[in-house]
Design a binder for this molecule. Structure first.
Ligand code: PLP
Length: 287
């Protein structure tokens, strides 16, 4: 079965899908996106993803190309046409195409919309989670509005490439004061020796992860103590457990930071429990 991509109102074969060479997403990274997990053909955490997408558009003054409900329909239809059961769906909205000018085009210029769905088998992810991942620290080179989910991802690519060079799956980005902002494509968490879960508070320096928000709901439900505040690598190295969250990884244990083990160097029990609780939530979300 050939893959189908949504581009500007049409569902087209993957090999034929194209946008204009003067699209502002291509020229200026003048575009936002969302990535949602797909479970049993359903969007996980749809409402939160659509709310964040609307916020990203609003912060960049990109007029919404269609209602949130219509965008969600595009995502669902792309999933359906590709018969994706478990995987990911990617939706990108750019400010549209036009001659290369820094200032915005008129609001009548149609936004470019692209939606791609991809099947991802859960088994390799679960195998990785059973081992845990290594992370490498890197300076946070991004702009000061990392709360907006833009396609301006070059600093994340550079950090992840450096991490890969060191055998690490993720980079933890460090701000000018020495605090961890977040992962290159995930939120960063530690569990203190006393069992308190710690993650940085929502601010322009980090993306308000949808998985992060849902996990905080779960922590509250389970009465697990947590605090939203910044932490340094020195504190993370003393932590009992560490993990990352994202729609692609859900809850993924971190067992090494810059080569040093966290706790006993194995995925932490609370992390694995939270992963399984999130998994349960995802299985029923949108079903
Ligand atoms: N932080 C950054 C920089 C990200 O790119 C992502 C996901 O892509 C996240 C955090 C996690 O967000 P979510 O849980 O919504 O996938």
């Amino acid at each position: 079965m050939s893959r189908i991509v949504y581009v500007n109102g049409r569902y087209v074969p993957y090999a034929k899908a194209a946008v204009h060479v003067e699209d502002r997403g291509f020229q200026f990274a003048d575009a936002i996106y969302e990535v949602c997990q797909v479970r049993a053909g359903n969007l996980v955490d749809e409402e939160r993803h659509m709310a964040r997408l609307a916020r990203s558009l609003g912060e960049l003054k990109i007029p919404a190309p269609m209602s949130a409900a219509a965008l969600a329909h595009v995502m669902r239809e792309t999933i359906r046409r590709n018969r994706v059961k478990d995987g990911l769906v990617y939706l990108q909205v750019t400010r549209g195409e036009g001659p290369r000018e820094f200032v915005f085009p008129g609001e009548d210029v149609p936004r470019t919309i692209v939606c791609i769905a991809r099947a991802v088998s859960p088994a390799p992810h679960d195998a990785t989670a059973a081992q845990g991942i290594a992370v490498k620290t890197m300076p946070d080179l991004r702009w000061r509005r990392s709360d907006i989910k833009t396609v301006m991802l070059l600093p994340a690519c550079l950090a992840k490439e450096a991490a890969r060079g060191d055998g690490a799956r993720e980079a933890w980005l460090i701000d000018n004061e020495g605090f961890v902002t977040e992962g290159a494509s995930s939120n960063a968490w530690i569990v203190s020796a006393e069992g308190t879960v710690i993650t940085r508070q929502i601010a322009p320096a980090i993306l308000a992860g949808v998985t992060r928000a849902t996990l905080i709901d779960l922590l509250r439900e389970e009465k697990v103590p947590y605090v939203e505040r910044p932490f340094r690598i020195a504190e993370a190295l003393q932590a009992r457990e560490a993990f990352i969250t994202s729609a692609t990884n859900t809850v993924m244990p971190v067992v090494r930071i810059d080569g040093s083990p966290i706790g006993d160097g194995k995925p932490g029990p609370l992390t694995l429990e939270l992963r399984s609780k999130f998994d349960h939530f995802a299985a029923i979300s949108g079903a």
